[in-house]
Ligand binder design. Structure first.
Ligand code: SF4
Length: 479
């Protein structure tokens, strides 16, 4: 089943550990929920950077390249799992992205989306630059290689100041890793340390758990942390505090793993608070609260706690159904939903059921789940959603469909209720959502609900223009 909202990407890097590559492999497994289209690891022996990437999950990529982990065995490594947001799902776009320029080798891994990517690419192509991939990430390498940038006292910091949008980045140079986060801190990135004293960085702290490392702190917005033989060293490429943060609050609602700490707080606890607030805002008499697993589970626990209505598992998720295909018809899409989520009929038969989901994007997948519950004998179905109605696209690395395809775009609550075929519908308010967060409300990006983008969007250079441009390239390519 292809999800409505695709995760963005996951990053891990470690320096100074004799098992750096093995640890990166396990860390990528723990970040697999952030992307299943491609995976890769770059490693370095202090002299040469080697890289291996492939299409598919971590297990698939490194099984197909059997013996690769041993070949890459070096004390420094970075890894990436990918879900394409800009650039198609092809092997040329898999990361880390290894290049060689006048200062030597560099491998880059990126989580996020650059909104000025097409503008920069057009500019460089006009001067004769040749691009190997269709990702926005490759542009960063061209910026690094530009002779006037190479001459700067801090070329990387200088280059990062040219980028607009969302980026958490790992750079592997032959003698170090540089980990950087955009000035708004839109995507997460945190610093950890192993028991042996090696520093590591990851999109989420679940990767630290996987390798026995402890969370140290977040990489701050606008900060670069260098991991090298001397340990971890910090510097800023924008003045700290000069830009108001715009952390993607959807990381808390949907993307991140419940066990992770992102933006300084645990995801499960945050989602439980969302569920409690949802119960306060949208109470209803019912017999049982069930989640849409897995991302709706924590909020359902919170809703049940607050309402006093028993929690139960009305859906069981099959963990063996991967992404299959985009079904051409609605009836086939409904079957896909059934394949991934089985209804426990005994839990819901003859009952008034509250269904908790983290969000609704197109609504067709949700409607399929509701129909499954009806088919299994639910008496009433009350849909509760632990975020507000999504009405605007994301330009910062989350692949929502177009505005026109969003269920809540142009529909009122009565129309949404009818579309979903439920007895009642209740979305968490934006105010209620922000009241559950520990940081001040204006430290988060909420643009997919409010339409207020922290990094201004110029429609002329947005990612959809970039993607159209890439499609044109493929369409024009000789067959
Ligand atoms: S628009 Fe939505 S999904 Fe995108 S960064 Fe902002 S909060 Fe996250």
């Amino acid at each position: 089943m292809v999800p409505d909202k695709k995760e963005n990407c996951g990053l891990f890097g470690i320096w100074g550990d004799p098992d750096a590559v093995g640890k990166t492999y396990f860390a990528l497994h723990s970040l697999q929920h952030r992307g299943q289209e491609a995976a890769g690891i770059a490693s370095c022996d202090g002299d040469v950077v080697q890289c291996y990437t492939g299409m598919g999950t971590v297990a698939r990529v490194f099984r197909d390249g059997s013996g690769l982990l041993e070949k890459l065995q070096n004390p420094g490594a970075i890894g990436h799992v990918r879900y394409s947001t800009t650039g198609g799902s092809t092997s040329i776009n898999a990361q880390p992205f290894l290049s060689e320029y006048s200062r030597g080798q560099v491998a880059v891994a990126h989580n996020g989306n650059l909104i000025n990517a097409s503008l920069l690419r057009d500019e460089y192509e006009a001067y004769g630059s040749i691009f190997k991939s269709t990702t926005d990430t490759e542009i960063i390498v061209h910026l690094l290689a530009k002779p006037t940038h190479v001459m700067k006292p801090d070329p990387l910091g200088h280059v990062l100041n040219h980028l607009q949008g969302a980026y958490s980045l790992l750079f592997m140079f032959p003698d170090r890793i540089e980990a950087a986060r955009d000035p708004y801190g839109i995507r997460p990135l945190c610093l950890g340390r192993t028991a042996g004293g090696a520093y590591c960085v990851a999109s989420e702290t679940c990767a630290f758990e996987a390798v026995g490392a402890k969370y140290v702190r977040e990489i701050e917005p606008g900060e670069i942390v260098t991991l090298c033989d001397e340990g971890a060293k910090s510097r800023f490429f924008v003045k700290p505090g000069s830009v108001k943060p715009g952390h993607c609050i959807f990381e808390h609602i949907y993307f991140a793993k419940q066990s992770s700490t992102v933006f300084g707080e645990n995801v499960h606890n945050f989602r439980k608070r969302l569920g409690r607030q949802l119960a306060i805002e949208h109470p209803v008499e019912a017999d049982v609260v069930i989640p849409v697993p897995d991302s709706g589970t924590s909020a359902a626990v919170g809703y049940a706690d607050e309402s006093g209505i028993p929690f139960d598992m009305g859906f069981v998720r099959s963990h063996y159904v991967g992404r299959t295909f985009i079904s051409p018809t609605q009836s086939l899409r409904d079957l896909q939903v059934k394949l991934k989520l089985s209804v426990v009929a005994e839990v819901i038969h003859g009952k008034r059921v509250i269904v908790i989901d983290d969000s609704i994007v197109r609504g067709t997948t949700t409607r399929g789940k509701i129909r499954s519950l009806r088919d299994s004998g639910a008496k009433e179905i009350h849909m509760r959603v632990s975020c507000p109605p999504i009405r605007f696209p994301c330009f910062y690395g989350v692949d929502f469909p177009t505005k026109e395809e969003l269920l809540a775009n142009g529909r009122d609550m009565k129309q949404i209720k009818e579309f979903l075929e439920v007895d009642s519908i209740g979305y968490l308010s934006l105010k209620g959502l922000l009241s559950c967060a520990s940081l001040p409300a204006d430290h988060y990006c909420t643009a997919c609900w409010s339409g207020e983008y922290p990094v201004p969007i110029d429609i002329a250079v947005n990612k959809f223009v970039m993607e159209r441009y890439q499609m044109r390239l493929f369409e024009d390519a000789p067959q």
